[in-house]
Ligand binder design. Structure first.
Ligand code: E4P
Length: 217
């Protein structure tokens, strides 16, 4: 399972990279705005800064919602760095753009996916990644994890190459459940990854080991 961090915050990306288990980064326009990154040139520079920190794929989202606009913007993003994956929304024009990029060797991440039908369409169009937003489904009392299981089944039935990128991860249990189902990638906040570290028996066990060592040394 690949671990992506879902942020545009460079300090958090560095911290996750330093941990040695980071495989990539996902961003979106809201995450960029949260870091105060505005203006086309600053946004493009920020993507390059992220690519220079992490060894892995970096999703950069288009703002255009028409086919021509998405193609133009996506090509510009893809030219920034070979780690860039163009993030395209799950809309009709987006599917056309994903197909275009797939035919032209540009990798894509189909975002804002909330149903198995949408995921099937993204795979048919040749998306590199599909991003089902499980936390946002949970927020409206719908089982986000069930969507991951449905997509896994469909992709396995037809051996689609599209990777399931479980997105909108909110906590550590989401990561574990996605790993059991077989999501290819998860993207979440640093806290969700660091949550995997924690167990009280580890802490008390280590405390005792160190105390016993210190008695005789
Ligand atoms: C995915 O790539 C999105 O950036 C993200 O996971 C959305 O998560 P949120 O629902 O926490 O905003």
């Amino acid at each position: 399972m690949k671990f992506f961090i879902d942020t545009a915050n460079l300090d958090q990306i560095r911290e996750a990279q330093d941990l040695g288990v980071l495989d990539g980064v996902t961003t979106n326009p809201s995450l960029m705005a949260k870091e105060g990154i505005t203006g086309r040139n600053n946004i493009l520079k920020h993507y390059v800064d992220i690519c220079n920190i992490v060894d892995g794929d970096v999703s950069a989202e288009v703002i255009a919602t028409d086919f021509k606009g998405m193609v133009k913007e996506g090509e510009q993003l893809a030219e920034l760095h070979d780690q860039i994956v163009v993030k395209i929304p799950m809309i009709k024009e987006g599917i056309k753009a994903i197909k275009y990029f797939s035919d032209n060797g540009i990798r894509t991440n189909c975002t804002l996916v909330f149903s198995a039908g949408q995921a099937l369409l993204a795979a048919k169009a040749g998306a590199t990644y599909v991003s089902p937003f499980i936390g946002r489904l949970d927020d409206i009392s719908t089982d986000g994890l069930n969507l991951i299981a449905e997509i896994r089944l469909i992709y396995d039935n037809y051996e689609f190459d599209t990777q399931i990128l479980a997105a909108s991860i909110r906590h550590t249990m989401h990561i574990l459940e996605c790993a059991k189902i077989g999501a290819d990638v998860m993207t979440g906040p640093l806290s969700s990854i660091e949550g995997l570290l924690k167990h009280p028996l580890t802490d008390s066990g280590l405390e005792k080991f160190l105390a016993d060592y210190n008695k005789g040394n």
